[in-house]
Structure formats: C-alpha cells, structure tokens
Design a protein around this ligand. Structure first.
Ligand code: SRM
Ligand code: SF4
Length: 566
C-alpha cells in the first residue's frame, strides 16, 4: 500500500516516518556524530517519538552567530506520566537528573509530564537510562502518536479518582507504539537485525498524521481542559459509581497567525460509552483519524480538521462502523470550573493532600523561595505520591497526619508556604516560550509573573484581588498553555507584543475572542483597567469575568472554531 503513495504530494514528515524503519532513522549515527551538537534533520523528527526535541538556547543566538559558532544545541526531554502520578523515588530521580544533565530545573507541563531542558546530545542516553531506571519512560511523549493521557487522580477527592487513573494508564499503555526501536537505541536492548519484523498494528508504518491527545475528567471539575483534547472522556457518576463516559472529540488549540484555516476548536460530545468500552472507543477513534486524517498539510492534519472537513455526523458514524456498535445517547453532566483547587484537603481515607501553586510549572530554587530543595526534602521523608496537574501545579498526595506536620515545616524552612496568592495568579498558565522554544515569538513563562503583578494592582484597587480569573499566556499561537480557553488570554506576536483575547469562561467550555492586537505592556494595562473597573461595579452576583465581558459586549462569543480570528 505504502509503495503506491505519491510522496510528492504529502508532507515531507510522512516520508521521514515511513523511511525511519519504525522510528530508528539514523539516530544511532546522529548520536555518534561528534562534530555537531545537533542531529540530522530526519532524526530531529524521529527523535520526537522517543520523547525529545532538539532546541537551541535562543538567548545565545546572536552571540554565537557573531562568534561564528553553531547554535548552542541541546534537547528537551519529556517524560510520559499518565495522570501525572510519581513516587517520591521517581521525583528524586528526576531531580537528580535535572542537576546532573539538564539546566537544574524541572518543568511541570500542561499535560502532567516532566520536562528536562538543556540536555546536550552526549548526555541524552544517560538521561533516558536514568529515567527508565526508576520505571518511567519518554516513549510517545512527543511525535505523531497518542501523547501523555491526562486525568485528575487525587485519591483525596474520591475513590473514583483511582479508577480514572487506572483508565488513563490503560489508555496510555494500549496506544503506545510497539516498535522496539526505543529499547534498542536508548536502553541497549538487543538489536533487531531485520527491524522490518517490527509491526505497528495500530499505527502502521507512517504513524498518525499528527499528534493525538486524550484526557479524562470527572465533573464538576474540568481540570484537564477536556474540550481542548482530540478525545475526551467525561466520567458519568451515578450512585457514586462511574457508569460510563461521554465521549468528546475534535478539540485542539493549535493555530497560526495569517492562516485562517488553522484555528482552535472545542471538542464535541458524540455519545456515551461504558467503562469497559473506553479502550476500544479510543482505539477506533484513533484509527479513523489514522485512516482519514490529512497527511498533505500538517497545518490541517489534527483530528479537529478531519471532523470539520467531513462533518461530525460522518465522523461519528465512521467510528461506529469501526467499533461495530453504536454509542449510547450522551448523559447530562455539569462542569463548574477548570484549573486546580489549592491548599490542604482531607481525603476520603483520612489522608491529606496539598495542592501547591507552581508558577509556570517551573520547579527551581530562587534566593528566598527554594521550591526545588523543599520538594527534594519532602520526597526524602515521605511515602505518598507527587501528582503533576494539567495546570502546571503539583499535588503532594496520600499524606498522613504526621507527615502533614513535617511537610508544613519543610515548606516553611525553604520559604515555600502556600501564602496569599491572588485569584488571578492561581489560575495562570504560561507556556515555556523563550529561551528554549524554537517557535516562540515572545516571552511567556519568564514574563507573565511580572505582568500579573501589575494586573493584580489594578484588581486590588477594585477589591478583586481574590477574584478567580483564568489568565494564560503563550509565546506563539500554537496554544501550549491553552490560551484560547482563558478568560484573559495573551498570545505573543513579536518581542514585547501580545494579542489580547477575552471571553473564555471559568469552566473551560468556551473559546475566547480577539479583543486587541499587538499590544505592549502599557497598552495591555490601559485596556484592562476600565474593563476591570466596569466589572467591579456592574457585574451580576457571582458573574465571572469571562461571562461579564461577553454580556457587556467587549467581545462577541466565539461560537465555533472556524469563526476564530487572530
Ligand atoms: Fe506544545 C510544540 C511545549 C502542551 C500545542 N510545544 C511545542 C514545542 C515542542 C515546540 C516545538 O515543536 O519545537 C514546545 C517546547 C517548548 C519547550 O522549550 O519546552 C512545546 N507544549 C509544550 C509544553 C511544555 C508547554 C508547557 O509550558 O507546559 C506542554 C507539554 C505537554 C506535554 O507534557 O505533553 C505543551 N502543546 C501543549 C498543548 C496543551 C495540551 O496538550 O493540553 C497544546 C494545545 C493543545 C493541542 O495540541 O491542540 C500544544 N505544541 C502545540 C503545537 C500546536 C499543535 C497544532 O495542532 O497545531 C505545537 C507545534 C506543532 O506541533 O507543530 C507545539
Ligand atoms: Fe513554544 Fe508556542 Fe508552545 Fe509556547 S505556545 S511553548 S511559544 S510552541
């Protein structure tokens, strides 16, 4: 079949995947090439499936060019952690790898994964072996496959959370590529001489047209931003049991300035399935996308466009054809919020959990705020779990009453106390952007905290310091911080300039709308101040900021992704 393909009309990545011999490419040769810190182009694409991205330090770009040096190449490594749950030992391993081989920080991502930044080529293998030695891996953390599966697994919330964690883990395992390339290349396991023996029963030899993302959520909390996912499972709970899941398809945030046919889109609910059907449903949806997704133009190859191109009814019936049975009618559900809920919480089993705000998901030591040291110390003395949330935060879970006291003391010792953090900051997300992201037009993680401080001054002036408002910033329109679901969203246009989007809602079920383009910081503050003032005086009781700006017509509601404007 693949031999009949007209490669000229397909995106060049399709040929690279096909020629890679089930994700081997010439990675071994690229790793051995001591002349450069980079990999051959095709290997930079294939290595994504192994959980890494080649990057350059963009802060050093000009100086390296001036000195006629090649860019300062290094790699980000992303660890696959379904549901974000790791043990203290695993945390300690990631901590020590970040010290030994990376830039001394840990990044908690918007998909509940760890990222290490700044790993040079010669340290890649040692780092990946270190990760695997603590029973974690980086397979399929990136690439045209199913990515890390998200869910909210805090056992303090209910016994159902353990069940969805199990589901997320099963989904992740089931949808892993089956090539042995990862084990050969990184873990020195036996080389398969004729690796064409490998089969990819799910993916085939060209894998998916594009990345594929799944999340599970238990209402009323939409803390995995379910409608931004290719595939979302909404748990339906009756008599304290999960009786099944509503199935939502076709979400995605990625978009591109100047290309109106690339837009963010919300997932749509197409029906209900039983818990025992979840894996099958996910597999068949993935297969429909594999077989019908656009392989010509990567800007249009996510599943959201397959759905918009063919229609949701066609998509649903195609999935049902693959399944051999029909979905049941969707059940009613209600989300009341997205984001995380902070502080100590006593669980159903009398154990405690602490949800800590981690600004921009960056675990690092600063002079008076030694978060990294504090978490290392906690991991050394306690026996529970660390849970990475989908909002770049961290839950310390399964804590006994004795451990609670000790953890409190450790946090105090290192200056990390869950003190007063504004409702705006608590609900903030910033993508990585500069200095590592090759696609960033502007700062995000390094800038949003100081912008929030300035917006907080305005909010405090109007008595709104504690008002929870979802604010998100990304350095480009790809949407890694899911900015198009924020009540206040910023997307970088160029250095120091951002588009401002308003009117997403607090439950993560509405896209926002472009309010003003290419604003500087002064302009952002000048635009926001009168709206905040109006909100303080004229909002209805309990009315959220995102709903207010729609009611007062600062922006019109975006009803569907294809209407979204940059
Ligand atoms: Fe992302 C690419 C970082 C979540 C949409 N994303 C990138 C790259 C790898 C840049 C690149 O391709 O060279 C970024 C690396 C920056 C760095 O230096 O670390 C990057 N994405 C991230 C993370 C680390 C942001 C964060 O600050 O947490 C998140 C890692 C998640 C994970 O653990 O797997 C991250 N990315 C997302 C999300 C949010 C989500 O998945 O819930 C999205 C929007 C949802 C979606 O996929 O539609 C997202 N990333 C993208 C896109 C646009 C995809 C598209 O459909 O157009 C790109 C660019 C691409 O794929 O071409 C991208
Ligand atoms: Fe990079 Fe853009 Fe993603 Fe931010 S949104 S991490 S700038 S690709």
């Amino acid at each position: 079949m693949s031999d009949e393909i007209n490669w000229n009309e397909l995106s060049e990545i399709e040929k690279i995947k096909y020629d890679s011999n089930f994700l081997r490419g010439t990675l071994v040769e690229s790793l051995a090439d001591a002349i450069t810190g980079s990999m051959a182009f095709a290997d930079t694409q294939i290595s994504k499936f192994h959980g890494m991205y080649q990057q350059t330090d963009r802060d050093l770009e000009k100086e390296r060019k001036r000195q006629k040096l090649e860019p300062a190449y290094s790699f980000l490594i992303r660890v696959r952690i379904p549901g974000g749950v790791v043990s203290p030992k695993q945390w300690l391993r990631m901590d020590s790898l970040s010290e030994e081989y990376a830039n001394h920080t840990l990044k908690l991502t918007t998909r509940q994964a760890f990222q290490l930044h700044g790993v040079i080529k010669t340290n890649l293998k040692k780092t990946i072996q270190g990760i695997n030695s603590e029973l974690m891996d980086t397979i399929a953390a990136c690439g045209d496959v199913n990515r890390n599966v998200m869910c909210h697994p805090n056992p303090a919330e209910s016994e159902l959370h353990a069940e969805v964690l199990e589901t997320a883990r099963k989904l992740s395992e089931h949808l892993l590529p089956s090539t042995t390339a990862y084990h050969e290349i990184w873990l020195d396991q036996k080389l398969v001489a004729d690796s064409k023996k490998d089969v990819e029963p799910l993916y085939g030899d060209r894998y998916l047209p594009r990345k594929f993302k799944i999340a599970v959520a238990i209402p009323p909390y939409n803390d995995t931003d379910l409608f931004s996912q290719d595939l979302g499972f909404i748990a339906i709970v009756e008599n304290r049991k999960i009786t099944g899941y509503n199935v939502a398809v076709g979400g995605g945030m990625g978009s591109t300035f100047g290309i109106p046919e690339a837009y963010p889109r919300l997932a749509e609910v197409i029906g209900f399935c039983l818990p025992e059907q979840v894996i099958d449903v996910a597999e068949k949806i993935l297969l429909v996308q594999r077989d019908h997704g656009n392989r010509l133009n990567r800007k249009r190859s996510r599943m959201k466009y397959t759905i918009d191109d063919h229609g949701i009814d066609w998509f649903k019936s195609e999935v049902e054809k693959y399944l051999g049975y029909s979905f049941q009618e969707a059940k009613s559900y209600q989300f009341t919020r997205n984001g995380d809920r902070f502080g100590w919480k006593k669980g159903i089993d009398s154990k405690w959990s602490l949800t800590l705000f981690v600004e921009g998901g960056r675990v690092a030591d600063k002079s008076d705020f030694k978060l990294k040291s504090a978490l290392r110390n906690i991991a050394q003395v306690f026996d529970g779990q660390f849970i990475l949330t989908g909002n770049q935060n961290l839950i310390i879970a399964n804590v006994t009453a004795d451990e609670k006291k000790e953890i409190g003391e450790i946090l105090k010792k290192y200056g990390v106390l869950p003190g007063e953090i504004s409702g705006l900051r608590q609900n903030s997300i910033a993508c990585v952007a500069l200095n590592t992201c090759g696609l960033a037009y502007a700062e995000a993680e390094r800038y949003l905290p100081s912008l929030i401080t300035k917006i907080e001054t305005i909010l405090a002036e109007y008595g709104l310091f504690n008002e929870e408002i979802v604010i998100r910033m990304t350095g480009c329109p790809n949407g890694c911080g899911r900015p198009y679901l924020a009540e206040i969203g910023f997307v970088g246009k160029s250095e120091g300039h951002y588009n401002l989007y308003l009117g997403g809602n607090f439950t993560g079920t509405r896209l926002n709308t472009l309010y003003k383009e290419t604003l500087t910081e002064d302009e952002i503050l000048a635009e926001l101040k009168p709206i905040v003032a109006d909100y303080a005086v004229n909002r209805n009781p309990e009315e959220k900021f995102g709903d207010f700006v729609i009611r007062k017509q600062y922006v019109k509601e975006t009803l569907k992704g294809s209407d979204f404007k940059h």
